[in-house]
Design a protein around this ligand. Structure first.
Ligand SMILES: Nc1ncnc2c1ncn2[C@@H]1O[C@H](COP(=O)(O)OP(=O)(O)OP(=O)(O)O)[C@@H](O)[C@H]1O
Ligand SMILES: CC(=O)N[C@H]1[C@@H]2OC[C@@H](O2)[C@@H](O)[C@@H]1O[C@H](C)C(=O)O
Length: 382
């Protein structure tokens, strides 16, 4: 039987709100147990610095001094998260470290997650799997979303077609078909535009509980202009950068704060409804921070016309799911199991990925090398 490992997964998503960290016990195929999890928000100054790096990312040289400083500070924040989990779950074998995406342009063979895996490994004394997306992008895939294998493992006894919708900064869907084929793509914006709008008009990091959007009226003319973006006509698989729809913020700048928020929330919902899927799901389960926004949840229920529930209804932890996923994918990477598939990321074939860094371990434990073939990601331009 394959060895079960206690793994910490670390995810810092496109919302730039902080690090989610979670422990699971897994062999990369089954999940034996869920351990503790925490969210460690970025302090506001770090969030602002990370945001400026993200805005500069398309033209940023890899040796930029501020980039290095932000990467270092973000990594120390991850170290902090790991140490807090180790205090309550001491027997950790491995870390799955996603890093902070600052740029995602698979059409230009670029995907860029910052984070210093060697520093994380040295500081925690643990082996680290990182750089999960590059191999798929180098092979011609989208490199995202990667969470579908994890959703499929969790839904192993659920009859499809059923969808899991993650509403993070960007929103993405996993559809498990009746024959268990996994289909996936990014649907469109998630919370990122709403967050930027709320910050601009209320000074808060998000539209808490959808209160601003609930007071507004959707501007349907502007909504249709936003939905005319060619992305929505593209077949899946497909994926997005956080900033792909940033111009939507300029479009709604003619609106009142409340109408702008209502229109941006409707943009997220309508993009989900129009996502090209091979079959219509009978049920939708929603994870990610967007499920806390009643305006988004109500909008989805009306637009989709079938049951739409938070994943917590399945007994899952909708806030820790992505962090748990990167723990799961770390073990898959170690064992050389696929992280992607043609119907998920559009790559030519199911492909493993991720890279192993053991800066904290001398000698490297033998079980790591016995875990399976360790596929090295082909480097892509950063
Ligand atoms: N009570 C709430 N009301 C409204 N929005 C909320 C609430 N709680 C969380 N959110 C939204 O959820 C976002 C965080 O979601 P999440 O942690 O899933 O994002 P993420 O991990 O950055 O996403 P991803 O990597 O999937 O893009 C916040 O930025 C905010 O927009
Ligand atoms: C490049 C990148 O970081 N993409 C994220 C982002 O956040 C949501 C969506 O866009 C998804 O495609 C992906 O994250 C999840 C965890 C994934 O890979 O499945």
């Amino acid at each position: 039987m394959t060895r079960m490992l206690n793994v910490i997964g670390l995810m810092s998503g496109t919302s730039l709100d902080g690090v989610d960290a979670a422990v699971i016990r897994t062999d990369g195929e089954r999940i034996d147990a869920f351990g503790p999890d925490i969210s460690l928000p970025y302090p506001a100054p770090l969030r602002q610095r990370a945001r400026r790096i993200l805005d500069r990312a398309p033209d940023l040289p890899p040796d930029d001094l501020e980039l290095g400083a932000v990467e270092h500070a973000l990594t120390l924040h991850h170290v902090d998260a790991v140490r807090r989990l180790q205090a309550v779950a001491p027997d950790i074998d491995l870390i799955g470290f996603h890093g902070q995406t600052i740029l995602h342009a698979p059409d230009r063979h670029r995907t860029w997650q910052i984070g210093d895996a060697a520093l994380l490994s040295r500081a925690t004394g643990l082996a680290v799997i990182h750089d999960f997306r590059s191999a798929d992008v180098a092979a011609g895939g989208e490199g995202a979303p990667l969470v579908p294998w994890f959703h499929a493992a969790l839904l192993h006894d659920v009859t499809g077609p059923v969808a899991v919708l993650n509403i993070g900064g960007v929103a993405n869907i996993t559809l498990i078909d009746a024959d268990r084929t996994i289909h996936a793509c990014d649907t469109g914006p998630g919370n990122a535009l709403l967050d930027d709008w709320a910050l601009r008009h209320t000074g808060t990091a998000c539209d808490v509980d959808g209160k601003l959007a609930a007071m507004g009226t959707v501007n349907h003319a502007l909504l249709e202009q936003m939905l005319a973006d060619p992305y929505f006509a593209r077949p899946a698989p497909k994926s997005l950068d956080r900033q792909t729809f940033a111009t939507a913020l300029e479009r709604v700048s003619v609106c009142t704060p409340a109408d702008g928020a209502a229109t941006l929330a409707a943009f997220t919902v309508e993009a989900v409804r129009r996502t090209p899927l091979p079959v219509r799901p009978m049920r939708w389960y929603v994870c990610g921070g967007g499920r806390h926004n009643p305006v988004l949840m109500h909008g989805l229920r009306v637009a989709l016309g079938v049951p739409v529930e938070p994943v917590d209804q399945l007994g899952w932890n909708g806030d820790a799911l992505e962090a748990q996923c990167f723990a799961f994918l770390a073990v898959r990477s170690l064992r050389g199991l696929p992280l992607s598939a043609p119907t998920v990321t559009g790559g030519p074939h199911a492909l493993s990925g991720g890279r192993l860094t053991c800066a904290g371990l001398m000698p490297v434990p033998s079980w790591i090398w016995k875990a399976g073939s360790i596929e090295q990601a082909t480097p892509v331009r950063r």
